[in-house]
Design a protein around this ligand. Sequence first.
Ligand SMILES: *Cc1c(COP(=O)(O)O)cnc(C)c1O
Length: 387
Amino acid sequence: MMFEDYLAQLASKHLTRRLLPLESGTGPVVRIAGRDVLLFASNDYLGLAGHADVVDAAVRATQTYGAGSGAARLVSGSLPPHQHLEEALARFKGTESALTLGSGYLANIGAIPALISSGGLILADRLCHASLIDGCRLSGADVRIYRHNDMEHLARLLSKRRVGRRTLIVTDGIFSMDGDLAPLGDLAALAEAYQADLYVDDAHGTGVMGIHGRGTIEHFGLEKRIALHMGTMGKALGSSGAFIAGTRHAIQYLLHRCRSFMFATASPPASAAAALAALRIIEREPERRRRLWDNRQRLFEGLRRLGFTMAPSVSPIMPIVIGRADTALRFAEHLLANDVFAPAIRPPSVPADTSRIRVTVTSEHTPAQIDQALAAFERTGQDTRVL
Ligand SMILES: *Cc1c(COP(=O)(O)O)cnc(C)c1O
């Protein structure tokens, strides 16, 4: 039987995955198998998924508008939470307009094929998120991969292409499994020089990067030079869904061409209302971002001092690079036995022989919890001979 063979093959390579059942909400302390465990795995970077205002907004929207949206918005109308959220997102991003979608995955597999089709050329970073790669494939355009953040390689690919060929450069803002930044200034300059468009997936930058938390584009001061801003609401915004912000015409175009918007039921009113409440907190409480960066520094420096091989991260995602899948898996199991949960990330999420422990931190971890985690990482490193 094909299923069993496939699963047996995965097991032999230590690539079996399993769902770890939680008995509580999202952290920083979670309940697993009857024990309290410190969670260093969530992308809820500002702890907004459980914030009282965000939860209240979701409850109120559900009571007012119902649990579900009923249909795609072009079919059965556009509910107030989605409209208010889009207006707020456009203001937040400094664009004329914004469109929300059910998830980041949907945004990428819908927007990229809307922006480019067969005959065109996509140049994508080797470490792009899977949803970007799927969007590229769905578009029917030729896809060429450039080495991670290698601007010389990208320039070479751009200069080799047929003059005037429609070209889209695709990158993460913060890379989801490495925690490093794309050099957006250089990417924007190359895009301008070669008349290409640039699509930045800022799932992990939204709410986190930039003085106001507006994302990686704000961090680099490129608001005027990058036309489309894609971000998600499932991470720092503590809710779910995604958005694309841009000019009125760009958003109108997507409304007619982005199939994952046109043919998908709108996200529940609760998700949109929660994201809007989160956005207000992000604007109102910059101290959350300060706490996040302080925590990030404390944990990153602590892990480095212990002697772990850290990926060159500059964000709240700070992977410990292990290499072999079986060692990474054993590390994560030992760590969990020490009451800390950070997942082993293995292929196909990362390239072969770069399996890692993906550690993330939030504004809501206390310094004492971070120190407790560091002690657990040290014991685990010794027990598994990673240190
Ligand atoms: C999480 C993530 C996505 C997918 O977003 P969802 O809203 O979870 O579907 C897309 N791109 C990147 C870089 C991500 O990290």
